[in-house]
Design a protein around this ligand. Structure first.
Ligand SMILES: Cc1ncc(COP(=O)(O)O)c(C=O)c1O
Length: 374
């Protein structure tokens, strides 16, 4: 029997709250003075556990949070997150009363959405999204006259408009800086048109924007991925000391010898060429470990890299441990994190399969327990 409790017996995530806070502190030291942090804790705090993360940050001086929808907002409120909780996306307007009841701020996605919310006749706190080039949500900032008209209309309604924001779509990509600067100047132009309204919260920075771009208007960096110690883009270099707050671990459930000519896993995609030792790990794509890592990824055992052989199954995978000493039943396996001198990050895994670290950590499924190591 391994020495772990139930949470840590098959496949589990370990989150270091101290690392989250340390990342936040380091990030803040890089910001120009007036810029504050709004913590982005949507998608279960990027897989780290939104209730624990939001409460911890709330207790440690963060007063602004962003989530993606009303259920996430209520979830962190119930955990004790205080201050402003901003929903960055869609909420059915029929839930306006809950927004008021839980003191949640709703993003206005469009004039049509604003009109529907106004029609609910409730004093919902809200901020207008401005579309400065991403073409996702918001008023088109290429038409500042029209933006001004709609913003003033909302300001005079029963809704409580307290801010404007936009989202930068290439702030992590230095060779697209011109586009980002254009986005920022469109945002600033609309803000200046309505400066007499004294809206307290105008913000345009994500993690990358806060580090690598500047706006005199923005009061927040909406800090997501770098809070968790991951990179917006694999090519980015993060400030010294920022490190991933999450590790993902499992165990060896079986070790076997295989011989030349054997094939491993579904589809027989791996053929054994020389005698090998293969370990089975009880974590698979239903846990959120990407199947695209079949025959590509690796895990760490006893401080060594163990390459995945064959296809990742729904609940299990097989790895080559031929050259790794002392691999046995219930040896610890590191899927993301450190083992001895070796490290594998969510960004590394993402890069192997052409995606981003965000998707890896957000994809770790609910059946994987989150435990908090400090
Ligand atoms: C509107 C908005 N702001 C901020 C963020 C945080 O971005 P990042 O995780 O790159 O810091 C996101 C993330 O998707 C977002 O959609």
């Amino acid at each position: 029997m391994n020495q772990f409790n139930k949470s840590t017996e098959r496949s589990w995530v370990e989150v270091s709250r101290k690392k989250l806070l340390n990342n936040l502190i380091i990030y803040k030291t890089q910001l120009p003075d007036p810029l504050k942090v709004m913590a982005v804790v949507k998608a279960d705090a990027y897989g780290h556990g939104d209730q624990v993360v939001a409460k911890y940050l709330s207790d440690n001086g963060i007063h602004h949070f962003a989530v993606s929808n009303i259920d996430e907002a209520i979830h962190i409120r119930k955990a004790g997150a205080e201050g402003q909780v901003l929903i960055l996306g869609y909420t059915p307007v029929e839930r306006a009363e809950e927004l008021v009841q839980h003191n949640i701020t709703q993003t206005l996605l469009s004039e049509d959405f604003a009109d529907r919310l106004i029609a609910m006749n409730l004093p919902v706190k809200c901020q207008f999204a401005l579309d400065t080039g991403m073409r996702r949500i918001g008023l088109n900032a290429n038409d500042p006259d029209e933006c001004e008209r709609v913003i003033r209309k909302v300001h005079h309604s029963r809704l409580q408009l307290d801010g404007l924001f936009t989202h930068l779509c290439v702030a992590d990509t230095p060779d697209q800086n011109e586009f980002t600067e254009k986005q920022i100047s469109l945002f600033e132009e609309v803000c200046s048109r309505v400066s007499d309204l004294n809206l307290p919260y105008c913000h345009c920075m994500n993690s990358a924007g806060g580090l690598w771009h500047h706006s005199d208007v923005s009061c927040f960096a909406r800090l997501g991925i770098i809070l968790y110690g991951l990179k917006p883009d694999y090519m980015n270099t993060l400030p010294e000391g920022i490190e991933p707050a999450l590790s993902w671990k499992s165990v060896v459930s079986m070790v076997k010898e295989v011989k030349p000519g054997d094939t491993i896993g579904y589809g027989r995609s791996f053929t054994v060429e020389h005698p090998m030792r293969v370990a089975t790990i009880p974590t698979g794509y239903a846990d959120g470990y990407p199947r695209l890592l079949s025959n590509k990824g690796w895990v760490l055992i006893n401080g060594y890299k163990a390459p995945i052989v064959g296809r990742v199954c729904m609940d299990q995978m097989m790895v080559d441990v031929t050259d790794i000493p002392n691999v046995e039943y219930e040896s610890e396996v590191v899927l993301i994190g450190r083992s001895g001198d070796e490290t594998i990050t969510a960004d590394d895994l993402a890069n192997l399969i052409g995606t981003i670290g965000y998707e890896i950590v957000c994809g770790i499924s609910k059946r994987v327990d989150r435990i908090y190591v400090d």
